[in-house]
Design a protein around this ligand. Structure first.
Ligand SMILES: Nc1nc2c(ncn2[C@@H]2O[C@H](COP(=O)(O)OP(=O)(O)OP(=O)(O)O)[C@@H](O)[C@H]2O)c(=O)[nH]1
Ligand SMILES: [Mg+2]
Ligand SMILES: [Zn+2]
Length: 281
């Protein structure tokens, strides 16, 4: 925060550190980085060690799994879920989807939609930070791992941290009156360490998210649920967009693949194509 980095050493000491100019200028320090420091009273970050993973949204490194939180309110943004899953998969990070606020009407509908669209792509859990439902199941998936929470503002990420910690660790917000959006209560990323070694990074909610720029013709690789139908495409290199004989499109027409998910795929595909063609401009 404000150019000061909190670093924990192997011995468990916590240092406030500054960064060497070159690291800062290149925006090269991520939350979750393993760094080498020279520390006396205050520390200087000398170097960043190689990363196991690196996400740009949320801005975090070395995580093993990403917990994507959704809720009946605010209204789920499935395009955001698509992008988070693609970004995670690209970095070898496991996606886990948590449908929160199970105590509210509409949670079951969200769960059904999530199962329909992401069953093949992610672990799916329904939880409530208010009643405690599903929290043990989630803990079984993340225990001992380094994970981050991600998703729209006000879905309950900080509430989840508090439920897991058993006390009010993070500030919790409200839904703003107009539009039931979120108010972006969490403003910085914090990593919370539990006694059992689990590390959870609470992040700021966001709505807009640009995908990492992947070659649009390989976007379908992140849609493994398309694979069994893609064997019926005329061309092996089928992008499932404008091609005439396409097993994926047929499966969508026959209701074997989610139309909504496919339409979002096309939207991402076109978006990537536009960016890809302009990538050297
Ligand atoms: N009914 C219900 N409300 C919940 C649940 N979990 C969280 N909330 C409420 O949702 C609102 C937002 O919670 P936060 O934890 O601040 O949400 P957040 O995802 O951290 O939001 P940002 O920090 O803005 O990204 C608060 O009013 C919580 O009380 C739940 O399981 N059920
Ligand atoms: Mg929060
Ligand atoms: Zn096809």
């Amino acid at each position: 925060m404000g150019g000061i980095y909190t670093v924990k050493t192997d011995q468990g000491e916590i240092f406030k550190c500054f960064a060497r100019g070159k690291l800062k200028r290149n925006g090269e320090i991520y939350i979750g980085d393993t760094v080498s420091v020279v520390a006396d009273k205050e520390g200087i970050i000398e170097d960043v060690l190689p990363r196991k993973s690196m996400l740009v949204r949320p801005y975090i490194s070395n995580i093993e799994a990403i917990v994507i939180v959704l809720a009946p309110v605010p209204k789920p943004d499935m395009l955001l879920v698509d992008k988070l899953i693609i970004g995670a998969t690209e970095q070898g990070v496991d996606p886990i989807i948590c449908v929160n606020k199970a105590d509210l009407d509409g949670a079951e509908d969200v769960l059904q939609q999530v199962v329909r669209d992401y069953e093949d792509m992610a672990d799916i859990i329904i939880i409530s930070t208010q009643t405690g439902q599903g929290i043990d199941t989630l803990m079984d998936k993340i225990r001992g791992r380094y994970v981050c929470l991600a998703g729209q503002s006000a879905v309950g990420k900080s509430s989840l941290v508090n439920t897991i910690c058993g006390h009010q660790k993070m500030k919790v917000g409200d839904l703003s009156k107009k539009g039931e959006r979120g108010k972006n209560t969490t403003r910085h990323v914090e990593i919370i360490e539990l006694d059992d070694g689990t590390k959870i990074a609470d992040t700021c909610g966001f709505s807009m998210l640009e995908m990492p720029l992947v070659d649009p013709t390989s976007l379908h690789r992140y849609y493994t649920d398309f694979d069994e139908f893609a064997v019926h495409c005329k061309f092996r290199s089928c992008t499932h967009s404008d091609e005439e004989v396409c097993g994926v499109k047929t499966a969508v027409e026959q209701g074997k693949l989610s139309k909504e998910r496919y339409e979002r795929y096309i939207r991402l595909y076109k978006d990537l194509k536009r960016r890809w063609e302009k990538r050297y401009d």
